[in-house]
Design a protein around this ligand. Sequence first.
Ligand SMILES: [Zn+2]
Length: 541
Amino acid sequence: MKESTMEALVQEILDQVKTPELRAYVTDLLLEICQVDTSPFADVSLMREAEDKVFQSLEREFAKLPFPGAHIERRAMNPAIQDHPGFSQLHFTKTESRPQGLSAEETYRDRCNLLYYVPDENGREEKGIALNAHIDVVKPYFPPRLENGIVYGRGACDDKGSVVTMLAALKVLASVLQKAGRRLKRNVVAMCVIEEEPGGNGSLSLAIDRELKKLYDTILVLECCGNNIHPANRGAVWYRVDLSCPGVNLFEMSAFVYEQMELEGRAIKAESRHPLFPQRPVQTCHGQIGHYGEHPSRICGEVAFEICFDGKINAQVQHLIEDGIASALADYLALYGDKTKVNDPTTGKPKVDHHYDLEVLADRLVCKVHGSTGHMGSIMENDGAITKMACLVRMLYRMKGKLRHASGGDVTLKLHDEEETAMLKLEGGQGFVPTHEISEVMERMRRAAVDGAAVYLRLEGNATAASDCVKVSYDKLHNAAFDGDPDSPQMRNAIAAGKAAGIWKEGQEVIGWTVSCDSRLFAFEYPEMPVLTSGAGLLQY
Ligand SMILES: [Zn+2]
């Protein structure tokens, strides 16, 4: 292709992108597909209907594109994904009357991904470029609205915005090429997939599809990357630790489990020097303990525990507790920073107003620990209440002898307002970069949890084996990290296109994405294939 012709084509693309017609087109289409609630439902027929609705809108638009020989397919979900290590458990299908949830067979019956194929300039479809964006959204759903030309709605950014971007890009390309009497040099496979948010089973069904793979040897996964182009993604696992040991105070034990998991997480971070991840997005987040917390990957903002006395809570007891908490808090703040001294840029107020409240009741003290919540990725800017609480609990546990003496009776630490049960459940997340295999991260965090339980049992003089008291699993999320060549021909092409479009600055550094998404499924299945992640919008909240 002659240079001038290429330049003219690029100019024509840029001109078309700026027209009010295209703006209206993407706005209307985005509003239309955001009207449909594509969040997960235990009643999967609702998902099937919602997906069908969105696919109908997209099929209508794909069908209008003037690419010669292009075709559309609803490719059925393959239930064989359930035997793949990348399969995500179908937790969203569980209900009270159906605690086991549905099988993959039942969940994916008559459900599909939508594919749109464009042949290359010779009419062939092989070794081309795949595009991928997901049509599902997280809960809670809220309907879209248009305000000052901006669409606000669930999925407007993540990731229906990318679905519409993909369609609009193909629309502009089709029209520019038609005018110029040219065709695409490489064939394109556009994938509109389901179920990214519950773990990626939609993309997994396509990733393991060897027939489909013959059609592409590069993939661009569209997510909200602020128009950055990433050849690598961070990984993450969500842990679940079940503590159970007859006759043992599981809450006290959890404080030592957290200590070891924190230490292991910091060691993994220290080992995570990687050129594509200079900022080391390797976080340890404790999201939930018992009935406290919202989500494994959401920093726990509020938690409370009790110090219960058989004896008397006198002035000496109170002084011991206040001094113990102050000392443990000082250690915590030295390590994690004092977020009462850091202002939240959106509110202008401190991230944490004060660290704790202590209430004295007749037979117990209740300590409410305050943190600052946010997504796991922002743990350094926020404050994990569970981690802070565990620090206080370990100190008070060590002071039990003095507290017993001062009060004249036994002392017990327990989670506030928690029913006594034979099992205590802890959930959280651990991030990592491609310096670590996912299996290593899982094993080290598991061992750390067992070691924490062992520390406690030893302090208690209890001979039970810690491994019998701790069960660790990673069912909800287990996303491997991956890295690709930052200087592959595909990256260079993508950057050249980014420059031409004005979204890539000269000298901009290539780094990995600090979030994990469907990209990893393709990178896992085809380690030699360049997997790029890019797209407009930001995942800020
Ligand atoms: Zn997404």
